[in-house]
Write a protein that binds this ligand. Structure first.
Ligand SMILES: CC(C)(COP(=O)(O)OP(=O)(O)OC[C@H]1O[C@@H](n2cnc3c(N)ncnc32)[C@H](O)[C@@H]1OP(=O)(O)O)[C@@H](O)C(=O)NCCC(=O)NCCS
Length: 181
């Protein structure tokens, strides 16, 4: 009986937490150094990225907090309640007139398909418009596993403008999406 009551209390607690998370509006805030382990974990948990890509992200975030911020690189986190639920990383393309790259956009696996990725992308676009940016480019892969990702960009108004065959590996092309801001 006591166990049942305790279990019921625990379930009520977690149901309350779920309710709070669902109704807690997300906040998009600048990334902090102590976000890094969580961001790497949620990126890994998408199951989409290869180990060397996670290592590259780790190096990028380390460099970002070591000074890339000063070169206009920007990293923002989607915060829901007390959890980081995703992030974006974007930076100017050097030697161009106000062209930017979206290097990374990731939403935690359990939150995908609920509109958070669209909110993050809208945040990036608004931020870049305020900075006078002209073009936003996104590079991705032609692999079948990336079909939902490519559909996401196209639904958000990005146009595939170039393909480099076998760029990442044989049979794995680079696809470049573009949007004028
Ligand atoms: C791509 C990604 C950032 C989109 O974020 P999201 O929160 O899932 O996207 P939204 O809910 O705002 O938009 C949903 C749309 O995106 C597409 N989509 C992409 N991945 C999806 C997923 N896992 N689940 C559902 N929809 C997905 C669908 O076209 C969907 O449109 P629909 O609702 O009309 O079916 C996210 O799914 C993700 O992190 N994927 C893994 C990492 C990745 O691919 N990053 C980009 C590398 S280039």
């Amino acid at each position: 009986m006591v166990i049942l009551v305790m279990r019921a209390a625990r379930q009520t607690g977690s149901a309350r937490r779920r309710h709070r998370l669902r109704h807690c509006p997300p906040m998009i805030r600048p990334a902090q150094p102590d976000d890094v382990p969580v961001l790497l974990r949620l990126t890994e948990q998408t199951g989409l990225f290869l180990p060397h890509e996670i290592d590259t992200l780790s190096e990028l975030l380390t460099d970002y907090f070591a000074g890339l911020e000063q070169w206009q690189h920007r990293a923002h986190v989607l915060q829901r309640g007390n959890q980081a639920g995703g992030f974006v990383y974007y930076a100017p393309a050097s030697l161009t007139d106000r062209t930017w790259y979206l290097y990374w956009i990731v939403v935690a696996r359990e939150l995908q398909g609920q509109g958070w990725g669209s909110q993050l992308l809208r945040f990036v676009e608004d931020d870049l418009r305020q900075r006078g940016a002209r073009l936003l480019l996104i590079e991705t892969s032609s692999r079948p596993a990336y079909a939902p990702t490519r559909a996401f960009y196209q639904k958000r108004g990005y146009v595939p403008c170039a393909t480099v065959p076998d760029f990442y590996a044989d049979g794995d092309d680079l696809v470049i999406f573009i949007r004028r801001l």
